[in-house]
Design a protein around this ligand. Structure first.
Ligand code: NAD
Length: 365
């Protein structure tokens, strides 16, 4: 087995439950790594409120440099009530925005999976939602959040949704490449019946698809897409969207699994990828060893995908599913009469099962 592969991870635990959940993600990375022939070296750096307290700014230069020099960034969450009165550049969230910008990440990946074992926790009917496995590929640096002109005009105001062909092309490539490794189907979401910018979006996505005939493509209007995500989420494989529609649709779909603690994310396409749970710092449960580390652990699986350790990434996802199948539940998902697993106990269970799955696969002829 090749033992030479090693990955330098910039570990940014951040605030609240960030340190607790990312510690479990690191545990899983290290365990799967040693079962799979690679090593992971994590170096800790401050961001958000923790950085403000220590250095006076939410993204110290040393953190930025360390991230740019790393193979990947694993982040917990930023913010909390201690910093609620901070304004402008002194907000903890500014650290995260500045980091995303420094890394140049333009593709936001948000998988939404509802394992069969958790279908009962969904607000939708279990028979409709169990087995859902969607990957949202959202454009992150263009569209209406960044378009100009923007501002007040007399008694009105305007914002501009703008995309260049190049911006659409590069995010479409990400979606088709991901679809190749998954179910082979892309749904591109736009509003081409109304918006000129969506007409261009549709044209360019269709052109990119010409080079990927092994992947199927369909176009949906965003209003229909929202209805379909609730009506029949299992019909989707990869969903490709612009910034605004992706923001709304991925949050809508985030409700499907029944806990924020299950949703990972990755922001890629730039110098170095950034991997973080979708949830925030959850100050209400911080420091109690009760948070669900699954979102952070699945973010680590996305990290492994990105550095090319796809078998290990699958092993991590298998470890999560096997731990749930074995009945372990953190407090956010445990029934009233069930004993909840702590953050660290759940992380250990996933690490063991993920490593076992790697070893079993290695033994299979
Ligand atoms: P939140 O996501 O932190 O928490 C919302 C609710 O979900 C809380 O009840 C919390 O206990 C629960 N929750 C979240 N993650 C969980 C987990 N892993 N396991 C179990 N339960 C979990 O959102 P919020 O309360 O609106 O924000 C708290 C702080 O986090 C704020 O300062 C906010 O600005 C910040 N925030 C940061 C990020 C980020 O760093 N990316 C994202 C969202 C919010």
């Amino acid at each position: 087995m090749d033992n030479t592969r090693s990955y330098d991870i910039a570990w940014l635990p951040g605030d609240g439950i960030g340190p607790e959940v990312t510690r479990e993600a690191l545990r899983v990375l290290e365990t799967v790594g040693s079962a799979h022939g690679f090593s992971v070296t994590a170096t800790e750096h401050r961001i958000g409120g923790a950085a403000l307290d220590e250095t006076g700014g939410p993204l110290p230069g040393s953190t930025r440099e360390a991230c740019l020099e790393s193979d990947a960034v694993l982040l917990g969450a930023v913010g909390g009530p201690q910093w609620n009165d901070n304004t402008g550049e002194q907000r903890p969230e500014r650290g995260l925005l500045a980091l995303r910008k420094a890394l140049g990440v333009y593709a936001n990946l948000r998988p939404v999976r509802v394992p069969e074992a958790l279908a009962g926790a969904s607000p939708l009917r279990p028979d409709r939602v169990g087995g859902t496995d969607i990957l949202f590929v959202r454009e992150l640096t263009g569209g209406i959040y960044f378009g100009t002109p923007e501002g007040r005009t007399g008694h009105g105001a305007r914002s501009t949704m703008a995309y260049s062909e190049d911006e659409i092309e590069r995010i479409a490539h990400v979606a088709f490449q991901r679809a190749r490794r998954r179910g082979g189907h892309v749904t591109s979401v736009d509003k081409a019946n109304v918006l000129e910018v969506s007409e261009l979006w549709r044209e360019v996505v269709t052109e990119v698809h010409d080079d990927c005939p092994d992947v199927t493509l369909r176009h949906l209007y965003v209003d229909n897409a929202a209805m379909q995500v609730v009506r029949d989420p299992r019909q989707f494989d990869v969903v490709l969207t612009g910034n605004l529609f992706g923001d709304i649709l991925s949050d809508l779909a985030a409700a499907l699994p029944g806990s924020l603690g299950l949703l990972p994310s990755a922001s890629v396409g730039g110098t170095v990828g950034l991997f973080e749970p979708v949830h925030g710092s959850a100050p209400d449960i911080a420091g109690q060893d009760v948070a669900n580390p699954t979102a952070a652990i699945l973010s680590a699986a996305l990290l492994l995908d990105e550095v090319g350790e796809t078998a290990a990434a699958d092993a991590v996802r298998h470890g999560v599913d096997a731990t749930l199948d074995a009945g372990f539940r953190t407090a956010d998902l445990a029934a009233a009469d069930e004993e909840a697993a702590s953050t660290s106990a759940f992380g250990r269970e996933v690490a063991t099962r993920a490593a076992d799955s790697v070893l079993q696969n290695a033994q299979t002829p």
